[in-house]
Ligand binder design. Structure first.
Ligand code: FES
Length: 108
């Protein structure tokens, strides 16, 4: 193993808030549920069904780092199909953070 390789630090989630014309960054313990993480930091995210994987209101748009999110599970794949989600949109309540990402929503 290369001793010069740094162990990866805690993943960072960068939030692009277009309406507020700012970005925020938050630490994400690895495998954090994205919706719960955002809510725990006081970030407003739609969640009409409370994270049950029914409403799709918790969708976020991934700007960078899509491969640093868990792959869509069956629930998310079904929601994505029924709600015509774009390839860069993820259902945050069904998604785990594995590395650095940058996301936004249409209402931030
Ligand atoms: S909060 Fe309803 S699908 Fe995520």
């Amino acid at each position: 193993m290369n001793k010069n390789v740094m162990m990866s630090a805690m993943p960072r989630v960068k939030l692009r808030m277009t309406h507020a014309q700012k970005t925020e960054e938050i630490d994400a313990p690895k495998k954090s549920n994205l919706l719960k993480l955002l809510q725990s930091k006081g970030i407003s995210v739609g969640s009409a069904c409370g994270g049950m994987g029914i409403c799709a209101s918790c969708k976020v748009t991934v700007i960078r780092g899509a491969s640093h999110l868990s792959p869509p599970n069956e629930i998310e794949e079904d929601l994505a199909e029924r709600n015509n989600l774009q390839r860069n949109e993820r259902i945050s309540c069904q998604t785990e953070v594995l590395g650095d990402i940058e996301i936004t929503t249409g209402y931030w």
